[in-house]
Design a protein around this ligand. Sequence first.
Ligand code: CA
Length: 705
Amino acid sequence: MQYETCGRAAARVAVAFAIAALSVGCGVSESSASGARRPADVTAARLSKADSEPGQWFTVGRTLDEQRYSPLAQINTENVGKLGLAWYADLDTNRGQEATPLFIDGVLYTSTAWSKVKAFDAKTGALLWEYDPKVPGEFAGRGCCDVVNRGVAAWNGRIYVATYDGRLVALDARTGTPVWEVLTLDHDKPVTSTGAPRIANGKVIIGNAGAEFGVRGYVSAFDAETGKLLWRFYTVPGDPSKGFENEAMEMAAKTWNGRWWEFGGGGTVWDGIVYDEGLNLVYFGTGNGTPWNRAHRSPGGGDNLFIASIVALDADTGEYVWHYQQVPGETWDYDSTSPLMLADLEIEGRKRRVLMQAAKNGYFYVWDAKTGEVISAKNYVTVTWSTGIDPKTGRPYINPDALYDEPGKVVIVQPGAQGAHSWHPMSFNPLTGLVYTTAVETSMAMTGAPEYRHQPMGANTGLGRPPANVYEERGSKAPRQGQARLIAWDPVNQREVWRTDVNGRIGGGTLTTAGGLVFQGTDAGRFVAYDARTGRELWSFAAQTGVVAAASSFELDGEQHIALLAGYGLVRYGQSNRSRLLVFKLGGTAELPPAPPPPPAPELNPPPRTATAEVVELGRQKFTSHCAMCHDPPAANRSVFPDLRYAPSLHGAEVFASIVLDGALQANGMASFRDRLTAEEVEAIRAYLIERAHQLLAIPPEQRR
Ligand code: CA
């Protein structure tokens, strides 16, 4: 009778698990006596010995250490030229894809944009089940960088996903049916979840995003079985008059000034989390403070713990163990949230258990995993905010020329807010001893806003507008948009071993293998295999769309495979987005259908200018706070986020207001901004866009961007 209550999904799953001769019934949740496994049968014992099952990919980073290294060597530097598509699956969303698929006992599990989860038969590509958390479209406007999701976790027969609107959901890995669901954040605040949950000995660890908008960051641990909240650690102090949650918050509060809690503080934990089983520590990185500009966030200065920091907690209790602040008093949007990785390295003759990160601020860090001691830190791109790291304390020397805390001071700082490397996963190959990461040369001109008015549901930087010609005036050659390359970094000697040419503006996550390979996608739509020792390009695949996610690798029926999500979100690239799961193997012969021709160039046909300069300026301010993250021309990815200079709705105040205020396009992810903008402000935004469109009209068509 269990079959009837479980329905068709279970029957379809039964086909996939026939390879393991498993008799499937919905009530079956333990490994059968014959040794066949239940779906997503990831246990503590199996995770501990993950290297004894090199064909599996248990966590987003394969093992607890998250090195994103596959011990499989069937696909290697000699034969990678024969790598071909085994199968592909079109995804039902064309937003950004950032997740790494898990492979467990014949099934691929992945999340996609809008926090959907899908399970595929890894042999045939058949969809076994899918789960749609039905994130309301209006939540798209609560995050900075598209409705992405960076992956799922598997544990004891369940798949865990953190949804964009902040629910942590446990799914039955056999059917995709929710087992429990908890809200991890406050829906009255502009908070979202995009990171992959991590499992720490039966606890599901998850953080959230939102420091750009103004929230108080924290990380939470839930019981994997029941969803019960076990502990929560705030990353920045709250209102001191209400008392502190713990001694760590009391210590942190001494490093803040003003009334920071009214803006939330920031320090959100939106990506890098890793668990060391032996030390029983959970590590995570924290984001920027709110607003970016410290002069407005913490008048008079201060380090502002624990923003832009790495924090280690006791996994059982959530109690503070150590921290390292990468950027004291951070003021340039240098989140410390990039992926973290654990490894055993021999350094100066000593075997060290280390934690590593290629940080957004441009430094590559190696810490002692137990104590947080900075073993070494070295910049891997051009860095101007700091002149080095004090070798005794690990504290960076801040370059006063990079600070913009005096009124009217304008600085050009490297890296820019895009970062030297953000969420894009790096990988470590123990055979070469090298870490492979995207490394981006960027810069940003910054100046403080003379006054600060906090916008409770808008982006809050506290920045003013630097003069448009500041680069020319100063003769600065710093790149104004990202120049991404793949680098191989020796973490023991802290030096670059090889680099590729610039291959896009952002660069993708990486996978490395025992076959001596590194795989990385590009925002220009190629998926490339490089020789891990030399950086020589050996193979590439035209993905028909930008690729920013990192791949995984697995073995099935004696064949090594590579699995990858293709499809970009906020990558600035002018072609249509096509989101797919791509699976490769040697001799694979599947082919993608021909790419449709690129969409025709939109017509630039704005209505006449009628607004005053004051109205246009008001529109500029509101656009910058509420619209620019997705729609800022020319950065907008036109196939996902329209370049509004071309929008036909500019011709009608009512139509424009119906979209922005009434949510006429809510189903597409364009939320109503009625709680953030008045009708007058929306009309000012329209006037500003009309002005921008006319500025563009004045430029010859071939030079327009
Ligand atoms: Ca940030």
